[in-house]
Design a protein around this ligand. Structure first.
Ligand code: ADQ
Length: 488
């Protein structure tokens, strides 16, 4: 086996930024880049620093470095971490998505605290740390991503004391009372604190993390500036990305805790949205739907955190009460298949499909259902056409770290058209403050936001959308990555 090139900058994430695809005609297998914003944002830093990406290739077949695209082909070193079927079940589906995911999303469903899953989580985190050790130079910068890999910073720190390590959590960090339920709470915190910089999307998450640490006896300093004083009083501020405080460790290290709200490649999305092709596809879509007065849409992974059921129930209520006429609206709901083997995901899909059927049964006509629902992954170009065609985007997550769909929608409406209904419980709501905010637990609140967005004064609607676009334009994913790495 060849020894990989040693890198000065290493990203560690659950998934590698490539997918294995099979050509339908020839049956030939190849790696295709996955379109995520993270890799786009980090590519310049990765290529200029002989960068490496450590992650799972996405299947339970064993993959070696030799099977991956070469450094020359990909511009970076791809270091695969293999997961066998049991790792996938216990580390990924089990501990990551059956325990941490529901715990961090405020117990929308019940987390399972399973010791066997925890042991597997430790083992797999060790595999990631080992793979990382193979590609890093002794004083490299390593950026560890997300809740699947909480223990990696600590494992790397023990082996390579000179590294600069960053950790970013893409999902919310829960309140101290909830986090305390976790039997392995100290291990998760200790692992995370192997980093020099720990980043969150929102002040709420950063504050929850700091207060949890303080309650467990860590020496925590929360900075005494105006913003922090305000957020400690419970005020909600638009997050702009800054240091919230420090944790003083027993080994004399200081860990910095900061807020870095993630974003999208705003200009690229906006540019793609205004091409004649996208515009024509959007017009076609509306036409095929019978040119409805209002086209509403939701675009999500099929996940119980996204509040798909809640938005459909709110729409159903408006239709049942006669507040909205079925002839005036079409709602498109696109749900990407996700974590389908987990029971909570199966149940949430069934609930969504039931309400779709009921709405169409009660309010559709022979030729036209009110809700068009697809359970599929769409190419990004189709998503852009959908965003562009949509008058009213519904993002009603019960809890969401950020929610990039909201930002993608805004970037497709740089001309001020459209409207966004946005849940208060998303990270995006701390930034896109001009959206029609709603409480997704209350169908009347979603209903009111929909009505306001539909009936709003055109000038006010335009003003809101343009203000949000300006925010997303300036605070793009590049800004996010740069501010984190500069701080690190
Ligand atoms: P997710 O929970 O996956 O991400 P989100 O931020 O909305 O949620 O990102 C979803 C992405 O998938 C978007 O870029 C969207 O375009 C794409 N997508 C959604 N439905 C699709 C479909 N049917 N077909 C194709 N693409 C689709 C986690 C956290 C979020 C956080 C992100 C980034 O849960 O809170 O914003 O990470 O940190």
């Amino acid at each position: 086996m060849t020894t990989p090139v040693k890198s000065d900058f290493v990203v560690v994430a659950n998934r590698l930024p490539v997918d294995r695809t099979t050509d339908k005609k020839t049956g030939e297998e190849a790696w295709t880049p996955s379109p995520g914003g993270l890799v786009t944002a980090l590519r310049p830093v990765l290529t200029s620093h002989d960068g490496a990406w450590v992650g799972w290739p996405g299947s339970t077949d064993t993959v070696t470095v030799e099977d991956m695209p070469t450094h020359e082909e990909a511009g970076i070193t791809m270091m695969p971490v293999n997961l066998n079927a049991q790792d996938f079940e216990e580390f990924y589906e089990g501990f990551s998505n059956g325990c941490l995911w529901p715990l961090y999303h405020d117990l929308i469903v019940k987390p399972s605290y399973n010791k066997q899953w925890w042991k597997r989580y430790e083992q797999v985190n060790q595999h990631f740390a080992n793979a990382c050790s193979e590609v890093l130079s002794e004083d490299a910068t390593v950026w560890v991503q997300d809740y699947q890999l909480h223990l990696v910073p600590g494992m790397l720190r023990t082996r390579h004391p000179k590294l600069q390590i960053g950790f970013f959590l893409h999902i919310p960090f829960p309140s101290p009372e909830l986090f305390r339920q976790l039997p392995w709470r100290r291990d998760i915190l200790e692992g995370t604190l192997g980093a020099d910089l720990v980043g969150f999307h929102t002040q709420d998450s950063a504050r929850n993390f700091m207060i949890t640490l303080r309650a467990l006896g860590y020496e925590v300093e929360i900075l005494d500036d105006d913003d922090n004083a305000a957020f400690l009083r419970g005020a909600r501020l638009p997050d702009s990305g800054h240091t919230v405080g420090y944790v003083r460790m027993d080994d004399a290290r200081t860990v910095t805790v900061g807020v870095f709200p993630i974003s999208i490649d705003s200009t690229k999305v906006q540019q793609q949205a205004i091409t004649p092709d996208t515009r024509a596809a959007a017009d076609r879509l509306r036409e095929e739907l019978g040119n409805p007065r209002f086209l509403l849409a939701g675009v999500d992974r099929m996940d119980y955190t996204k509040g798909i059921l809640h938005r459909l129930t709110a729409l159903e209520k408006l239709l049942d009460e006669g507040t909205i006429e079925p002839k005036d609206v079409v709602m498109i709901q696109v749900a990407t298949p996700s974590r389908e083997r987990l029971n909570d995901y199966r149940v949430s899909r069934e609930e969504v499909e039931k309400v779709v059927t009921r709405i169409n049964g009660n309010h559709g006509s022979l030729t036209r259902p009110v809700v068009q629902y697809v359970h599929t992954n769409l190419p990004f170009t189709s998503l852009l056409a959908l965003y562009t065609a949509t008058d009213l985007m519904l993002v009603t997550a019960l809890k969401d770290g950020m929610n990039l769909v909201a930002k993608e929608y805004v970037a497709c409406h740089s001309d001020g058209s459209g409207a966004l209904v946005l849940s208060e419980f998303t990270g995006a709501a701390t930034q896109l403050v001009q959206a029609h905010l709603c409480n997704p637990y209350d169908p009347d609140s979603i209903g009111l936001a929909i009505q306001r967005a539909m009936a709003g004064d055109p000038e006010d609607k335009k003003h809101r959308m343009r203000a949000m676009w300006e925010h997303v334009r300036v605070n793009d994913v590049d800004h996010w990555a740069q501010s984190f790495l500069e701080q690190l």
